[in-house]
Design a protein around this ligand. Structure first.
Ligand SMILES: Cc1cc2nc3c(=O)[nH]c(=O)nc-3n(C[C@H](O)[C@H](O)[C@H](O)COP(=O)(O)O)c2cc1C
Ligand code: SF4
Length: 181
């Protein structure tokens, strides 16, 4: 066996994605964000180093840190547009520093805002977590022209349920369905 050759390091095309190799960096608490979850210079250096070391894309987040929802990467109380996109500034800064695709995550709920972010080249990709737990089919609905705001209210009950081993589901949606029967 030629140890200099491995499928792990070969470029691949999977569906429409061109990959340089078969590695991704798993979501990892890096402890670099400040106590409010804002991107710091230390974090900028980390992401720049990751980009320079050959990663195909970066998701700008803070890892599982902070306290009581508000200080974490999955913050609560997001019912207004002004509270969407909490990693926007940090993401924009890092995007300016690196030449690999950057993914923005964190309370993105409104198509118009996501479109603006991509148009202004503040990120290359939009990353969603809780909206897809509440509405797994939302991307197809948006594609078909139903551009409603994601119904997820960022209460984090899905995360708490997961921690209590109740499985991954949206408790708000379950309750809504129960009362609408
Ligand atoms: C149920 C649940 C599980 C999550 N698990 C992880 C995890 O294991 N590692 C991680 O870095 N982030 C995790 N996250 C955070 C998400 O990846 C995402 O960064 C965060 O929820 C903000 O995006 P959103 O507003 O679209 O939900 C989790 C979030 C939820 C709701
Ligand atoms: S339980 Fe539902 S509404 Fe609450 S954060 Fe999770 S997906 Fe969103």
């Amino acid at each position: 066996m030629d140890i200099t050759k491995s499928i792990l390091f070969e470029p691949a095309k999977i569906k429409n994605n061109h990959l340089r190799d078969r590695f991704v960096r798993s979501a990892t608490y890096d402890g670099c964000a400040d106590k409010n979850g804002h991107v710091t210079e230390k974090q900028m250096d980390l992401y720049t180093a990751l980009a320079e070391s050959g990663f195909d894309a970066l998701e700008i987040s803070q890892g599982l840190g902070g306290l009581n929802g508000e200080g974490t990467e999955f913050r609560t109380k997001i019912n207004v547009l002004a509270r969407e996109a909490y990693f926007r500034n940090g993401c924009r800064q890092i995007k300016n520093q690196v030449d690999v695709p950057v993914m923005m995550v964190g309370r993105l709920r409104t198509c118009e805002l996501m479109e603006e972010i991509i148009q202004k080249k503040e990120a290359d990709l939009i990353s969603l977590s809780r909206p897809l737990i509440r509405e797994p089919g939302i991307i197809n609905e948006w594609k078909r022209g139903d551009r409603h705001r994601a119904k997820c209210i960022s209460c984090n009950h899905c995360f708490e349920g997961l921690m209590k081993r109740k499985g991954l589901r949206c408790f708000q949606e379950e309750r809504r369905q129960r009362y609408s029967q």
